[in-house]
Design a protein around this ligand. Structure first.
Ligand SMILES: Cc1cc2nc3c(=O)[nH]c(=O)nc-3n(C[C@H](O)[C@H](O)[C@H](O)COP(=O)(O)OP(=O)(O)OC[C@H]3O[C@@H](n4cnc5c(N)ncnc54)[C@H](O)[C@@H]3O)c2cc1C
Length: 532
């Protein structure tokens, strides 16, 4: 009963795409294992992300180790734990990155990963409902992507202010060029979140050759010498094992994929031995090369009433928003996490932008179940370098699969990251202080206008920044000694085993990471099928 052609571990952004494509051929018997639940009610409503960020029913709730450049704080590392993975709890912004990101991967020796070569997979994935150049955009894929218009006057004001400091409007940052300011394209359609569970799995639930098990925690890969032959997993207290006659594809994400490899004896030998794990295959890069966006949120108080969601989505305002959502699927509840974003260059002469600014039209404050709307009216603008050079690592600290791993980001350990972060904050200030913003009567609440020197600004970043939840790179693709997978995503030295998720990215893409993770899943499936 438990024999399959393919086993896919993890039904997240990439894993759902892999399972969808592999099971399209009825001759392929595919098992999809997902540790999390089938779904969560808050996952369907876009604003529900805020209710999932601290929710153990849908989230692995990891956090980092204390670090010097986080002032000893532990930084939350939420990861989706349900069908759809992080695409089912994320902020729903749809950003591919830049052509240069993928060309860099190809230049690092990864054949087949130049932008020209990955573009067909980006197009195949999406059903883009905005207008865009067909050379870049797809309209027939499973994933619904929309292009909201700047319906709120506040967005038009910020776009105007950005124009006043030289940041032009870009109608499609996923098209020919990324640079400029635009409303965020979103994996939201008709007011509903479009996770990969919704778009890649729901339509194929009746395939007889696809077996989806939820609540199924993969604990170890089964190895026969240097070949992966299956997966050991548990459902509640029930221990199970499944075999794959062709391949196992691990899609557990940047934290859990290296964790599973280490639990299976694949990784740094000394580290594994210290934990009493038998070393099956020495691979020093497992868990290394961790990168993420360390993103300070600047905060701005607004003196004019009715402009932000702080005024319009509290008390009776929320009743109005709820009715608007129920009747028209529009408004605050249907909104993408950061509805407006700008991709900007830190200096003249750059070929492509290196900084990201993202605006959220309200202020939030921490609450027991996640962020809640603050009483004060204002908005948040996060600002950070898109391709940070600081690298950390994630490693297990116990042979027990249920124990969380230790996550060390080493944020700002590379000096250019700090310099670019300061520049990003200065550009955010320039936009906020542009003439178009003046009627709103803004006060800079954080970092605060009195923090003027680079040191004062970085000091605040260390106290306040969190990530935008884009960890990548811990099972790096490449051919150097620290690479974990080759350009076909096969684990170096182990047959029958691939990794396909955000962990294979050798560098961080310029923007959010859902779209590139799905692209990786699409491309992985293509390579697996071609190899069969
Ligand atoms: C709060 C938040 C907000 C974000 N906002 C955005 C955004 O607005 N736009 C954007 O583009 N990106 C965003 N991201 C990032 C983006 O969602 C992720 O980069 C992307 O989903 C990663 O895809 P993945 O396939 O690598 O991993 P995931 O989607 O995380 O999938 C991994 C899956 O594997 C399962 N799994 C893991 N280990 C096991 C195991 N041992 N056994 C069985 N199953 C297992 C997990 O439960 C999960 O379902 C956000 C992420 C978060 C968490």
């Amino acid at each position: 009963m438990n024999n399959y052609d393919y086993i896919v571990v993890g039904a997240g952004s990439a894993g759902a795409a892999v399972a969808h494509r592999l099971s399209a051929d009825p001759r392929n018997k595919v098992l999809l294992l997902e540790a999390g639940a089938p779904s969560h009610p808050w996952s369907f409503i876009p604003v529900g992300s805020a209710r999932l960020i601290k929710n153990p029913a849908a989230n692995w709730l990891y956090s980092s180790e204390p670090e010097a450049n986080t002032n000893g704080r532990r930084i939350p590392v939420p990861r989706g734990k349900l069908l759809g993975g992080s695409s089912a709890i994320n902020g729903m912004a749809f950003v591919r990155g830049q052509a240069q990101d993928f060309d860099t991967w190809a230049q690092m020796g990864n054949r087949g990963w130049s932008y020209e070569e990955v573009l067909p997979f980006f197009k195949r994935m999406e059903r883009y409902e905005g207008s865009g150049d067909d050379a870049y955009r797809g309209h027939e894929g499973p994933l619904r992507v929309t292009n909201p218009q700047p319906s709120e006057p506040i967005f038009q004001t910020i776009i105007k202010a950005a124009g006043q400091v030289g940041i032009a409007h870009n109608p499609d940052y996923n098209g020919a060029k990324q640079e400029g300011i635009a409303m965020s394209q979103a994996t939201i359609a008709r007011g509903r979140r479009m996770s990969t569970a919704r778009c890649y799995l729901d339509p194929i639930r009746n395939r007889q050759n696809l077996y989806i098990e939820t609540g199924a925690l993969a604990k170890a890969l089964v190895l026969d010498g240097r070949r992966c032959t299956g997966v050991r997993y548990s459902v509640g207290d029930d221990r199970r094992e499944a075999t794959a006659s062709r391949e196992v594809v691990v899609c557990g994400g940047t934290i859990n994929s290296p964790k599973l490899l280490e639990l299976s004896g694949i990784g740094q030998p000394e580290r594994l031995r210290d934990l009493g794990i038998e070393v099956r295959h020495a691979l020093p890069g497992v868990g290394e090369n961790l990168r993420d966006h360390y993103a300070p949120r600047t905060r701005w108080l607004v003196g004019k009433r009715g402009v932000t969601f702080n005024d319009r989505a509290r008390g009776l305002g929320m009743v109005h928003q709820a009715m608007r959502y129920a009747l028209f699927r529009k408004g605050f509840l249907a909104s993408v996490g950061a509805p407006l974003r700008a991709f900007v260059c830190s200096r003249e002469g750059l070929e492509a932008p290196d900084l990201l600014l993202g605006w959220v039209p309200m202020l939030t404050e921490p609450g027991p179940k996640g962020p809640r709307i603050a009483k004060q009216s204002g908005f948040t603008c996060y600002a950070h370098p898109m391709r940070p050079e600081s690298k950390g690592h994630i490693h297990i600290i116990s042979a027990d699969p249920r124990r969380p791993p230790a996550i060390n980001f080493n944020f700002l350990s590379s000096p250019p990251d700090a310099e670019l972060t300061v520049t990003a904050i200065r550009i955010a200030r320039a936009v906020m202080n542009a003439p178009a913003m003046a009627p709103l009567i803004l006060t800079e609440a954080a970092p605060g206008a009195d923090r003027t020197t680079d040191d004062e600004i970085i000091d605040w970043v260390k106290q306040a920044a969190e990530t935008t939840y884009h960890p990548v790179g811990t099972c790096k693709m490449g051919s150097d000694p620290m690479a974990v997978v080759d350009a076909e995503l096969r684990v170096h030295g182990i047959a029958g085993l691939r990794i396909a998720d955000a962990s294979i990215m050798p560098t961080l893409t310029s923007g959010n990471t859902n779209a590139p993770s799905i692209m990786i899943g699409e491309k992985a499936a293509d390579m697996v099928l071609k190899a069969a």
